[in-house]
Design a binder for this molecule. Structure first.
Ligand code: GLV
Ligand code: MN
Ligand code: MN
Length: 399
């Protein structure tokens, strides 16, 4: 836990609780500095790529490397482990491998991906999506945070030239295999009484913005019959999402963010933005849920005289991790459990391009994206040892 303890004071959020560390904000930049210093202290060579990701090379960079790492940003008011545990465990795995006298027989790197949560600019896995070409760089440059700062400006302020954003085939070719360790975001390992597991799959998931427009007005002087209040279809949308998702087995629908404009207690909103997160086993089921919610929202908006526009802000198809790699990891770790997840990861983005795997560390609360997210020190240590074992297997001499 020592490395996680080192960063425990960075980006704490007294208002929300937990941590708010977002792409290229003060906290995330401090964590990137911290990572660079820790990697350099270990004799790793740190470089940034064109898309704001950090790479720490153990030995010469080269194609087909064994790569491990995660992200350092959080959701608003998030936990201490989602992201940072994968980065600190990667550094600890390097220490462990060194202490065993291991030298990688292949190129080897620890990576920190930029803005995995999309907590500031709305699109998750920004760094890995840009690198793999899954996100249009023009669109990325124009993304804005709630204060109106563009991603281009935020990157520039962090010393990254946004003109360089976009598919980076050279960086992708350097990844031969990617292994991301992550705190588990459910109770799978608790129920199986296992400290460490291997990922099997990720649900399809996406984010949609429903913008409802009405007529801004005075809360006291506007008669109820005279209002065109977009908060009413927004409220109905939340309830409809919760109701309609139950028609599709295993699907999940969440509204975690609503922004009324202008947002005054004594003001009827002129617009309300509602962000919907939907996840399901496959594209068809996910689209079915979104289509049903969109149709219901369109009906309600029409009935209340409001306008509605729906924008898909991100979409990730379902991922099944490389089966041979998954089985090799699970067997190499003595038959640890293999389990699915509903959470998105940079590993999920990379899985479309290179053999990719994930290790999960038990989370006794099962809670994530909230301050109660937790992992016991002993389980974190078991995770770092498991990661070191896996990396030794993958980066060792061919047998
Ligand atoms: C990221 O952790 C997500 O699943 O949204
Ligand atoms: Mn997360
Ligand atoms: Mn994460």
């Amino acid at each position: 836990m020592t490395l996680l303890d080192d960063i425990a004071g960075v980006g704490t959020d007294p208002a929300r609780g937990g941590y708010s560390r977002h792409g290229f904000d003060t906290a995330e930049l401090e964590l990137r500095e911290w990572f660079s210093a820790e990697a350099t202290r270990r004799g790793l060579d740190v470089t940034g790529d064109r898309n704001g990701n950090l790479w720490a090379w153990w030995g010469e960079p080269g194609d087909g490397a064994v790569v491990t790492g995660s992200h350092l940003d959080s959701v608003p008011g998030g936990g201490a482990f989602d992201g940072p545990l994968g980065v600190t465990s990667a550094l600890e795995a390097v220490d462990l491998l060194r202490s065993r006298g291991f030298r990688p027989a292949k190129p080897f790197a620890v990576v920190v991906f930029a803005e995995e949560e999309g907590g500031r600019f709305g699109v998750p896995c920004l760094g890995s999506r840009l690198l793999t070409g899954a996100l249009d760089p023009d669109r990325a440059r124009r993304l804005t945070d709630p204060a109106g700062t563009t991603l281009a400006d935020a990157a520039r302020a962090a010393g990254i030239d946004p003109a360089g954003f976009g598919a980076d085939p050279a960086a992708l070719a350097r990844i031969g295999v990617f292994v991301e360790l992550h705190v588990e975001q459910g109770r799978g390992l608790v129920d199986l009484a296992a400290p460490v597991g291997v990922a099997d799959s990720i649900l399809a998931h996406g984010r949609w913005r429903f913008s409802l427009s009405g007529q801004g007005n005075h809360a006291g002087t506007t008669l109820m019959a005279d209002r065109v209040d977009p908060m009413l279809p927004a409220a109905r949308l939340v309830l409809d999402a919760n109701r309609l998702v139950s028609d599709v087995e295993g699907a999940r629908a969440t509204v975690g963010r609503i922004v009324p404009t202008p947002g005054g207690t004594n003001v009827i909103a002129s617009t309300v933005d509602v962000w919907l997160d939907v996840r399901a086993d496959d594209d068809e089921r996910t689209r079915a849920v979104v289509d049903a919610i969109t149709a219901a929202a369109a009906d309600t908006a029409r009935g209340s005289g409001c306008g509605l526009t729906v924008t898909e802000e991100s979409y990730s198809t379902a991922v099944t991790f490389d089966a041979a790699l998954r089985d090799r990891l699970a067997a190499g770790l003595g038959g640890v459990p293999v389990l699915p997840t509903g959470a998105g990861h940079d590993a999920g983005v990379l899985a479309a391009h290179v053999p990719t795997a994930m290790l999960f560390v038990r989370n006794p609360t099962g809670i994530s994206h909230a301050p109660a997210e937790h992992a016991e020190p002993g389980d974190c240590a078991a995770g770092a040892v498991a990661l070191a074992d896996v990396l030794a297997d993958l980066a060792g001499p061919a047998s």
